[in-house]
Design a protein around this ligand. Structure first.
Ligand code: SDX
Length: 451
């Protein structure tokens, strides 16, 4: 088998390139005595891919790629990331610029509608969001039924899935108006659902949202206000949360976004698809790493702060221990989000004159790991989850809520991908193939004849 690339002969009729891509010849695959020409497509940033959509029909063979390390599931115009150079852009805008010049609601609009809103569009969007913040009063009863120590990611995924039982008037995935209503309902209600999970866990009354507050202010108010006294949200905390939600808002085909696309590809409604994404995000290798990272830093602190001991442990394959918040499937450079978050950590802790020992431990851990050959060789750097927990702690957010805040940030990205998938001219239900490795045909043995 060999693969060579060539420019298409004039006679070859290749399928028209997908929107935003261009054809660039073919790759010739010699397999099983056959020669298969695989179209090469090039994306708007020069990424090249082999289109294998006709491979099985032409060769009888499929490809195999555990974890899709080398496999693109789709083309997408939403987010571009360059892992080698630590670049992340939403709809072409660098996240550093968006984090400085926009707020989260504006970035959510950009991801979902594909452009930065003009003042009228943003005002309409904000107004709509502020009128969907409450959940159906009967949904509040769910929280009575959940056990007090329920993990808030479990309640979040359950209540979001249950939105499809209370809002049955906006489930039709083919009706743009119903989809838009579901989008606004989700973005508005997620903070309410999230804050209620926290209130349940600490036995305090659920606080209604307030339409006079901004998106992050409203969430922090529902988290920390109590009915018996006035509560004023610290604007520094609201600003820090806004930045965190922006840098979490999308990240191309990560595990949870691919899950939302996979579930959505069956034409399951948006609430069900997002609920599935929440469950995928919960895993400690994915969004759950922010909770696992702070728990790891606290453990190192409790163990005398010996970071070298834990860096060495993470290098031992059989230890089962990894530096949480370190390493990334795509970034082989410093995660640009971690840079922004670390800088905000510095500013916020100084502003509130708080010293958090785990921030010191995190910085020491980074310094030791980044100087260690094991991490250098594998290009392992701090990722988005390494410092975010320090900010959440400074705000008084309980550690079990960290991944819930990741979900709040990622929601517009999930929605944008779900909509893009439905608008794709080549949309298909996701159904990967496999290479079977089990028993070949066996004779059935009656139970009385089995040894
Ligand atoms: C997120 O995909 C996204 O975009 C995700 C995300 C998003 O915004 O959606 O960015 C959010 O999920 C960030 C990642 C959060 N997870 C963690 O911080 C958990 C710790 N990190 C890892 O488990 C790991 O780095 C992953 C899961 C993030 C990536 O795993 P890969 O790409 O499958 O890489 P791998 O497990 O094959 O590791 C390659 C090598 C291995 O060593 P060798 O077998 O080559 O000797 O690097 C080692 C790994 O053992 N390695 C680590 C390590 N991460 C990888 N060793 C120690 N500590 C680590 N954290």
């Amino acid at each position: 088998m060999s693969v060579t690339t060539s420019k298409p002969a004039a006679s070859q009729s290749a399928a028209p390139p997908l929107p935003g891509t261009r054809a660039d010849g073919t790759a010739r695959l010699e397999i099983g005595g056959k020669t298969v020409e695989l179209p090469v497509i090039v994306g708007s940033e020069g990424e090249r891919g082999l289109d294998i959509s006709k491979l099985r029909a032409q060769s009888g063979a499929i490809t195999l790629d555990e974890g899709f390390v080398n496999t693109g599931s789709t083309t997408s115009a939403i987010t571009y990331l360059d892992g080698e150079n630590g670049i992340l852009r939403y709809r072409g805008y660098p996240i550093e610029v968006l984090a400085e010049k926009c707020d989260f609601v504006e970035v959510a609009y950009l991801l979902i509608y594909g452009k930065l809103p003009n003042p009228a569009e943003l005002d309409t969007f904000r107004t709509s969001l502020s009128h969907h913040t409450m959940i159906h009063e009967d949904m509040r009863n769910f929280y009575t039924g959940f056990p007090r120590d329920a993990h808030p990611m479990a309640t979040l995924g359950s209540v979001v899935g249950a939105l499809s039982t209370f809002y049955q008037d906006s489930l039709d995935v083919r009706d743009p108006r119903q989809v838009e209503v579901s989008v606004h309902r989700l973005i508005s209600k997620l903070p309410t659902i999230a804050a209620y999970s926290h209130k349940k866990s600490c036995g305090q009354p659920l606080m209604y949202p307030r339409n006079d507050l901004g998106y992050c202010e409203n969430f922090l108010h529902m988290m920390f206000a109590v009915p018996c006294e006035e509560y004023h949200v610290d604007p520094d905390f609201a600003d820090a949360l806004d930045m965190l939600l922006i840098v979490h808002a999308d990240h191309e085909q990560n595990c949870s976004t691919s899950t939302v696309r996979m579930v959505g590809s069956s034409d399951a409604n948006l609430f069900a698809s997002i609920s599935a994404g929440i469950c995928a995000l919960w895993g400690p290798l994915h969004g759950g790493a922010n909770q696992a990272c702070v728990e790891m830093l606290e453990k190192i602190g409790a163990d005398g702060g010996n970071v070298r001991k834990y860096v060495d442990l993470a290098k031992k394959k059989d230890s089962g221990f990894r530096l949480m918040g370190f390493g990334h499937r795509v970034y082989k450079n410093y995660d640009p989000r971690a840079k922004l978050i670390k800088a905000t950590c510095d500013k916020l802790l100084a502003k509130i004159a708080r010293h958090d020992p785990i921030f010191d431990i995190a910085q020491q851990l980074e310094e030791v790991a980044l100087a260690d050959e094991y991490f250098i060789e594998r290009k392992l750097y701090p990722n988005v989850d390494f410092y975010s927990g320090v900010i959440y702690r400074a705000m008084g957010i309980p550690v079990q809520m960290f991944t819930v805040l990741f979900a709040m940030g990622r929601l517009p990205g999930w929605i944008a991908h779900w909509i893009e998938m439905h608008h794709s001219p080549t949309k298909k239900i996701c159904r990967p193939r496999q290479i079977y490795s089990g028993d070949t045909l066996r004779e059935f043995v009656p139970i009385d004849k089995r040894p």
